[in-house]
Write a protein that binds this ligand. Structure first.
Ligand SMILES: Cc1cc2nc3c(=O)[nH]c(=O)nc-3n(C[C@H](O)[C@H](O)[C@H](O)COP(=O)(O)O)c2cc1C
Length: 324
């Protein structure tokens, strides 16, 4: 099945593996791209020399495993980090085919990236920013709902509400993100008007994810209610429950300001939790869909089974439709 998204990305399936700090290095991206989705290196947590090394590894892995041709892949560029300009130079030098920008204005880099031949996707959490992204000339918009792992919109709009609203407002290929945990959820996203999905949490708990094993096991053990949106007055982020998250929620209940929240957060919390495996004091970013994750699985077969499950769901729904 071709949608405007896999036509744009030139992938077999309209499934994007999300860029995720500390979780999405070249191994994960290679597994997903070689399986037929779009694998993404999350550049947010990388110094430029690390990103360059990751790009070299990924390109080599895609060449050897894909028999006939190179598979497309992406780099996720959160625009809030200081090393963005160095990352941009690498993206240009290595002719990265797809760039997924997030956490910043689409008007800043879209034209430059498109001039250098990249396809540009931009992550938004509101209809207003989806329109801005379209006006800035992006190739596709990723609408990310409140359920999602990682940084999140202040509006708290769920994927179920956001995707149809954005669909009405823009004409570009549209990607649904946040809470996609099964092929049935992909089918639901298509029904809402999306042309494909971006999935983070599920891929964070795969064999090839660069997250610490303790974090992967904690994700697999998560149950409903284990994640909550935090730091709304600073940078909203969905956190998995632990001592650090409870400390933040307590401070928020007491009404402390952004500066105190920044002090509690400190530096290097996300690395400490997700990469170094401190499950008590580290920052653990994950989506609500973690409650559906029971085991750590390889990313390639996961990608294929998600798509097969989506097709099965669509067939089942079609069978419910009367022919007359
Ligand atoms: C551990 C983790 C880290 C993330 N880091 C980033 C990031 O660096 N840049 C970004 O644009 N989004 C980031 N996200 C959000 C994802 O790109 C994606 O949009 C989101 O995970 C989709 O929702 P889901 O988790 O319900 O699948 C992160 C998500 C997770 C779970």
């Amino acid at each position: 099945m071709m949608t405007p998204l896999n036509r744009l990305l030139q992938t077999k399936f309209p499934i994007i593996q999300a860029g995720m700090i500390w979780c999405s290095g070249w191994e994960l991206a290679a597994a997903v791209s070689n399986a037929g989705g779009l694998g993404t290196i999350g550049a947010g947590s990388m110094y430029p020399e690390q990103l360059e090394w990751q790009l070299k590894q990924l390109r080599a892995a895609l060449k050897t495993e894909a028999a006939a041709q190179n598979r497309p892949y992406a780099v996720n560029l959160p625009l809030l980090y200081p090393q963005v300009d160095d990352h941009l130079r690498l993206i240009e030098a290595y002719q990265v085919p797809v760039v997924i920008c997030s956490a910043g204005s689409p008007s800043k880099y879209t034209a430059r990236l498109k001039d250098s031949g990249c396809k540009v996707l931009h992550v938004v959490s509101s209809t207003r920013f989806a329109v801005k992204a379209q006006e800035a000339g992006v190739d596709a918009v990723i609408a990310e709902g409140f359920e999602a792992g990682g940084h999140n919109g202040r509006e708290e709009t769920t994927t179920l509400c956001l995707v149809p609203a954005v669909r009405q407002a823009i004409d570009l290929p549209l990607v649904a993100a946040g809470g996609i945990g099964s092929g049935a959820a992909i089918a639901a996203a298509l029904a809402l008007g999306a042309d494909g999905v971006q999935i983070g949490s599920l891929y964070a708990a795969t064999t090839e994810s660069s997250a610490h094993q303790a974090f992967k096991e904690r994700i697999a053990a998560a149950i409903e209610g284990d994640t909550r949106l935090a730091l709304k007055d600073l940078t909203p982020v969905r956190l998995l429950d632990n001592d650090f998250a409870r400390q933040v929620h307590q401070a928020e209940r007491e009404g402390v300001g952004p500066q105190s929240l920044a002090e509690i957060l400190g530096r290097g919390r996300a690395k400490k939790g997700m990469f170094e495996g401190d499950m008590v004091e580290g920052e653990l970013e994950i989506g609500q869909v973690s409650a559906m994750i029971q085991e750590i699985v390889p990313a390639g077969p996961l990608t294929k089974s998600l798509w097969e499950d989506c097709l099965r769901t669509l067939k089942k729904l079609t069978a419910l439709t009367p022919l007359t």
